[in-house]
Each structure stands twice: as structure tokens, then as C-alpha cells.
Design a protein around this ligand. Structure first.
Ligand SMILES: *Cc1c(COP(=O)(O)O)cnc(C)c1O
Length: 379
């Protein structure tokens, strides 16, 4: 299965033909499948997908087609989304804070692996069948990511060792997991975690069969192209140094890096003011572009006219607002757009398959809701 719907024209041709007045996310199944295959070829372990980056059926089914059968889910709704496209999928429930009802839903769905970072959450897993794996999530004060996940989740190493011992006492298969933070470009961040894992296992006097090195792998945002192989190599070096022949097998759970490159987000210029210095788009931080607010501007923006032709004027920095009546609905200042950009033109944001439609709201009646599958993403 290559896709779940017929393929549309390429983005610029589609825009010229249909003149959509609401934002459109163009997804290329061929790109998505190639990324999934590359991860599996390059990573010496099990590649899983973190569903929160993009939970659309089109994404999940193409990942299944490319050989991904294990999914990191964080809620009953994500469990249902995965089961709908792949009834046999293996589920890892790695949101470490769960209500009793969510635990029950995970048990009913046959979740194979659960992560915990606090004794109160481990206690909630009392009714989970003992065939399950329980991975203790730990966190270090490590830099290198666009933003750090350790401030929310993850036990300090000492507590992690204590939790591991309890996991064994309860009869579960013990494991360790971590997440260095999203859009992390420093291979040494992972290496530090791997070395710390060895220390935690020594302190707990527990050995594990596999370890989850998380997601966080960076994507190309128009600058600083990432090197996932360098991350995998650093992980392997740290693993050999710290574990020797006793190394656990690995799994990883990319979200952003699995799906970002497969998506282009087309937004339209609704209006311009102050001689074009201020631009109003039909999408913004409450729609498909919240990630820009947190990650900074993308270097991957093309502008095409209503006829689909690329604007080639000299780029000048603009102030860009989204469509809602909220003044917070504004992209980071200084987005460079060609001088000849006009009202009615389309901005094509590359690398937007992740954390775009998954985060969109319908605030003020706007938002990103439309996906078109395409054979490629060129303009
Ligand atoms: C969000 C998340 C991921 C994916 O992170 P990316 O930065 O998108 O790769 C992986 N694992 C867990 C537990 C997460 O919460």
C-alpha cells in the first residue's frame, strides 16, 4: 500500500488549479516511506514512530507499508488511530503520566511497553500483565535540543535506579528510556544518556535486554542539515564503551525526523500593509504553524503566485500575522519573502509534515484541516 487516496498534482500545480483559500498540507507518501526505510537501514535496532508528530491515517498507513509496526502512543485516541490502520501494531505507551482510565484502556489494547518516571505512576500499573515491559524514563541536564523535554518528564538517575529495582520486584521486564529533547543536533547528547544508563543499571544491579534512545532527531530547516548517522555512531561508541559485550539492543522513536520532510504546508497571503512590510496569512500559530513559534523561522519557504509560478524577487524580512483576531497569532519577526510577493500568493513552508496539522486548532474558525497526497513536493 503506497497511499490511502489518489495522488493530487504537485503543490504548485495543485494551487494553480484549485486556488484553495484555506491552508493545505501536501504529504508525499514516497518521501515518507523513503525516510522510514532510511531510518531502518541506518539504525542498528528497532525503529518505532512517535505518533504525536502526525497521527493522520495517511501517515500511519504509509509507515506500516514501509515496515514500521511499533508505535509510541501517548493517549487512548492515539492507540485507536494506530489500531485503525494496523490492528497488529505493537504499542509502546510512553506518556509517563496516565489516569487510571488511560491505564485500563492501554491494558485493554494490549500495550506491550510502558514508561514510568515516578513511583506513583508505577503503582498505577499494578493490573498490567507481567508479560509487559516497563521502561524507566530518566533525564539528565543535557543541552543540544531546540527545547528540552527533561523539565517535564524523567527521573533523576538515583530515582531511576530505585524505580528499576521496583519494576523487577513487580515482575515486569525492566528497560530504560530517555528523550534528549526535540530537534537535537548534538550526537553527544545521546552518548551522555547511554553512559548514564550504564551507571543507573550498575547502581540498581539490574540488567536490561533493550533500551529506548528516544526521538529528538533533528530535521533540515533550511540551515544546519542534520546527520542521524552521526548520532547512531555516537550511540554505538558509547554503548560499546559503557556496556562492552553486555549491551542491550536498542530502539528509537523518532517523530519529527520521520515525517517532517514529507510535508509542505501551503498558506495564502490574505492581505499586506505598510508597503508589504506586514503580511497577513490564512494560517498561523493556532493552525499549522505553532512549531515556528517554538523553533524559530524556517529557512524553507517558497512563494508562488496564483498561477503557481515561483516568485524570484530579492527577499526582504517581513512581519507575519496569522488569520485569527488574537495579536499573539504572529510568526517570529523577519521572515524573508520575495519583493514581488502579493496578496493572493501562496507561501510553501517545507519540512512541515511534523507538528503542524497535529497541533492545529479551529480557533476563530481557522486552522489546518486539509491534506493532499502528492507524488513529490517540488514547486
Ligand atoms: C514526542 C516524543 C517523541 C518524538 O520526539 P521528536 O522530537 O518528534 O522525535 C519520542 N518519544 C516520546 C516519549 C515523545 O514524547
Amino acid at each position: 500500500m503506497q497511499h490511502t487516496a489518489p495522488l493530487s498534482d504537485m503543490p504548485a500545480a495543485f494551487l494553480a488549479k484549485h486556488s484553495p483559500d484555506a491552508p493545505v498540507l501536501f504529504l508525499a507518501p514516497s518521501v515518507l516511506q523513503a525516510t522510514a526505510r532510511r531510518f531502518q537501514a541506518d539504525f542498528d535496532g528497532l525503529v518505532t514512530y512517535a505518533v504525536k508528530a502526525n497521527d493522520r491515517a495517511e501517515v500511519l498507513s504509509n509507515l506500516v507499508a514501509a515496515g514500521i509496526t511499533t508505535f509510541d502512543v501517548a493517549s487512548p485516541a492515539e492507540v485507536a488511530a494506530v489500531r485503525a490502520v494496523c490492528p497488529q501494531a505493537v504499542l509502546h505507551y510512553n506518556n509517563p503520566v496516565r489516569s487510571e482510565a488511560e491505564v485500563a484502556a492501554g491494558i485493554a489494547a494490549g500495550v506491550a511497553s510502558w514508561s514510568v518516571d515516578d513511583p506513583s505512576e508505577l503503582a498505577k500499573l499494578a493490573d498490567v500483565p507481567r508479560s509487559a515491559e516497563v521502561a524507566v524514563r530518566f533525564a539528565l541536564p543535557v543541552k543540544g535540543a531546540a527545547y528540552d523535554f527533561g523539565s517535564k518528564f524523567g527521573a533523576a538517575p538515583e530515582l531511576a535506579a530505585e524505580l528499576l529495582r521496583k519494576v523487577v520486584e513487580m515482575g515486569f521486564t525492566p528497560s530504560l528510556c530517555f528523550h534528549p529533547g526535540t530537534q537535537c543536533n548534538d550526537p553527544q547528547a545521546w552518548a551522555q544518556y547511554v553512559r548514564a544508563a550504564a551507571g543507573i543499571l550498575r547502581a540498581a544491579n539490574v540488567s536490561i535486554e533493550r533500551m529506548n534512545i528516544g526521538g529528538g532527531f533533528a530535521v533540515d530547516r533550511g540551515f544546519d542539515a542534520p546527520d542521524h548517522r552521526a548520532v547512531f555512531a555516537a550511540v554505538n561508541v558509547a554503548l560499546a564503551e559503557s556496556f562492552g559485550d553486555d549491551a542491550p539492543t536498542l530502539l528509537c522513536e523518532p517523530g519529527r525526523a520521520m515525517v517532517a520532510d514529507a510535508g509542505v504546508l501551503a498558506t495564502r497571503i490574505k492581505g499586506m500593509r505598510a508597503e508589504g512590510r506586514t503580511v497577513f496569512l490564512n494560517d498561523g500559530i493556532y493552525g499549522g504553524l505553532p512549531d515556528l513559534r517554538d523553533m524559530g523561522l524556517s529557512g524553507l519557504v517558497d512563494v508562488v503566485g496564483p498561477d503557481g509560478a515561483l516568485r524570484r524577487g530579492t527577499a526582504t524580512p517581513r512581519i507575519v500575522f496569522g488569520p485569527t483576531c488574537d495579536s499573539l497569532d504572529r510568526l517570529p519577526d523577519g521572515l524573508p519573502l520575495p519583493e514581488d510577493a502579493q496578496t493572493g500568493d501562496y507561501l510553501l513552508f517545507g519540512g512541515m509534515g511534523a507538528y503542524s496539522i497535529a497541533m492545529s486548532t479551529a480557533f476563530n474558525g481557522y486552522g489546518l484541516g486539509r491534506v493532499e497526497l502528492v507524488s513529490g513536493l517540488g514547486t
